[in-house]
Design a protein around this ligand. Structure first.
Ligand SMILES: Cc1cc2nc3c(=O)[nH]c(=O)nc-3n(C[C@H](O)[C@H](O)[C@H](O)COP(=O)(O)O)c2cc1C
Length: 380
């Protein structure tokens, strides 16, 4: 092993009962490639190609749990139905055949759903308080008005039902052969809507302070823990920001963040995945640690970092068609070598070049296909 990246990345790491062969994780990325009850297109080949080329762990595109309120698009992936489950089973098999590991990212979109949205047009939009974010921003950061709309305020019975659906879908994922699950608990989706006071205006045990707002997340993790085998990893993906509002913060101080993490850790979380848009940004005043670094320090659990690894600009800019120039990863390696975080998730570079990981690990950086926003149009 000659190059620095190879040494830093090629160290196995254990999460729960699972040993991941290296530190490179494929970040979860929606492909909008399902139709109706069909399995997503090219699913097995798409993930197996990355697993064959040095990705230590694949985390799938977000996948709706088995609850009618969980999704908002007909072409989103699902953890239910014969077609999607057969597709996922083939994908798991293909990744394993390449010696890879794969976790399913489980999703409930909460109030991103609007009345009539597919795949279940009759289902209501569920939220802790039935309200969407009160404002959003455009890609330049300028405020955009969000039309007020009323969703369904979840009752205790609704909460219990969704918790059961998360656990059921995690058990399905394990039965299909997945090596772990991740909860999409950031970006303004259902679990995140409980964390944030802007969308959680409840007056019961699910609101009041930071710990109460983490209660729903804890209940989901505990239910999954009880439904899957011991050692089957559960990852929580968290963010301070929302789609498309980058100024919100669920946790104003490290103390608040530590309390929320504690609720999820006690419930049985094995790893936190901190979704930031730029990994080099400090999360709180007074320290250079990013959000993953803080999560590790505060919880003592393993953490995954993400955000513009090897790229100069963040992903929302790319989604709006903006370019993101290739950059070096020296700064990332400094932090990885210092154990600020344990695993590194990579998104857009792995869309542009399925062999990104193998090329970085073998020092063939000059052979990497650079990311361009056009790559997002044909994710294959
Ligand atoms: C096309 C696309 C789809 C995405 N879909 C998801 C998703 O399903 N779940 C999720 O948690 N994050 C999703 N993300 C965010 C990525 O996982 C990742 O955090 C982000 O792209 C930053 O990593 P990068 O700078 O390496 O691209 C998506 C990003 C892109 C570009």
């Amino acid at each position: 092993m000659t190059n620095r990246a190879a040494q830093a990345f090629s160290r196995p790491f254990t999460v729960g009962g699972l040993t991941i062969p290296n530190r490179i994780v494929m970040s979860p990325m929606t492909r909008f490639s399902s139709t109706g009850g069909e399995a997503p297109r090219d699913l097995a080949a798409y993930y197996a190609r990355r697993a064959a080329a040095g990705v230590g762990l694949v985390i799938t595109e977000s996948t709706y749990i088995d609850h009618p309120t969980a999704g908002n698009m007909d072409n989103g992936s699902r953890m239910y139905g014969d077609g999607p489950l057969a597709g996922w089973s083939r994908a798991v098999e293909a990744v394993h055949a390449e010696g890879g590991l794969i976790w399913s990212q489980l999703q409930h979109v909460g109030m991103f759903r609007k009345a009539g949205d597919l795949p279940h047009p009759d289902a209501p939009a569920f939220g802790p308080s039935g309200v969407p974010m009160d404002y959003a921003t455009d890609f330049s950061g300028a405020p955009v008005e969000v039309a007020p709309r009323a969703g369904h305020i979840m009752t205790q019975a609704d909460i219990d039902d969704v918790v059961r659906a998360f656990a059921g879908s995690a058990a399905t994922a394990e039965r299909l052969g997945f090596d772990g699950v991740e909860l999409n608990a950031g970006h303004g989706y259902l679990i995140d809507e409980f964390f944030w006071p802007g969308t959680n205006r409840r007056t019961d045990a699910y609101n009041g302070d930071v710990a109460a707002r983490a209660r729903f997340a804890g209940e989901v993790v505990a239910a999954i823990r009880a439904a899957v085998s011991p050692g089957f990893p559960i990852s929580m993906r968290l963010s301070q920001w929302k789609n498309n509002n980058f100024t919100t913060r669920n946790w104003e101080t490290p103390e608040e963040f530590g309390i929320a993490l504690g609720v999820m850790a006690d419930a049985g979380t094995d790893v936190f995945h901190l979704s930031t848009r730029r990994y080099w940004e400090p999360a709180f005043d007074g320290s250079g640690l990013n959000l993953a670094g803080w999560a590790k320090k505060l919880s003592g659990l393993p953490v995954i970092t993400v955000g513009s690894v090897g790229l100069a600009d963040e992903f929302w800019t790319s989604l709006a068609g903006g370019d993101a120039a290739t950059t070096g990863i020296g700064g990332l390696l400094d932090r990885l070598e210092a154990d600020e975080f344990d695993l590194v998730a990579v998104g857009r570079p792995l869309i542009a070049d399925p062999e990104w990981a193998a090329k970085v690990i073998s020092g063939r950086d000059s052979e990497i296909t650079a990311f361009t926003p056009a790559a997002l149009g044909t994710i294959h």
